[in-house]
Design a protein around this ligand. Structure first.
Ligand code: FES
Length: 158
């Protein structure tokens, strides 16, 4: 892939990200989401790829969505975390909340983060979106493994 093709791909993926965010904001069923979740996807402060990340993790869901997590570390702590996804609005909220949650956390503690932690921090997720929290946690674990070795992927159930 040449540089122009890579730039086109990044721009298309960014467009998809914004479209998904806009679609969720326009969905009529916002009442099924908590205020915490809505606040995260309305203001995804930690969205975006991190080209100079120390660890990168990708997780592909059976829903066909992909979550990417990027971490930068120093002295055994996560100093920066960002996410990128082509997934649903709930996955945007999960990615952003997880990124905010693990920043400042030790790498060892971050290894213990669970989907339930993210669901609790978001004050709940609709049952048909709980797998979005699993997707982001698997991507985090892959990013933490990448700190020590090559990136790997893991699928999560729908
Ligand atoms: Fe696939 Fe939410 S991440 S539906």
């Amino acid at each position: 892939m040449n540089a122009d093709e890579g730039k086109d791909r990044d721009e298309k993926e960014l467009d998809t990200f914004v479209e998904n965010l806009t679609r969720l904001l326009e969905e009529g069923d916002l009442e099924v989401y908590s205020q915490e979740l809505i606040a995260e996807f309305k203001n995804p402060t930690h969205a975006g790829r991190m080209p100079d990340a120390d660890g990168t993790g990708i997780a592909d869901g059976l829903c066909k969505d992909t979550m990417e997590i990027y971490v930068k570390t120093s002295a055994g702590r996560i100093t920066e975390c960002t996410f990128f996804t082509d997934g649903c609005g709930a996955s945007i909220a999960c990615g952003n909340r997880l990124a905010r949650f693990v920043e400042g956390m030790s790498v060892e503690d971050a290894k213990s983060v669970t989907p339930s932690d993210i669901i609790s921090l978001l004050n709940g997720l609709p049952a048909d979106h709980e797998h979005c929290a699993a997707l982001v946690v698997i991507a985090l674990k892959n990013a933490l493994r990448d700190l020590e070795g090559p990136e790997c992927k893991e699928e999560v159930p729908r």
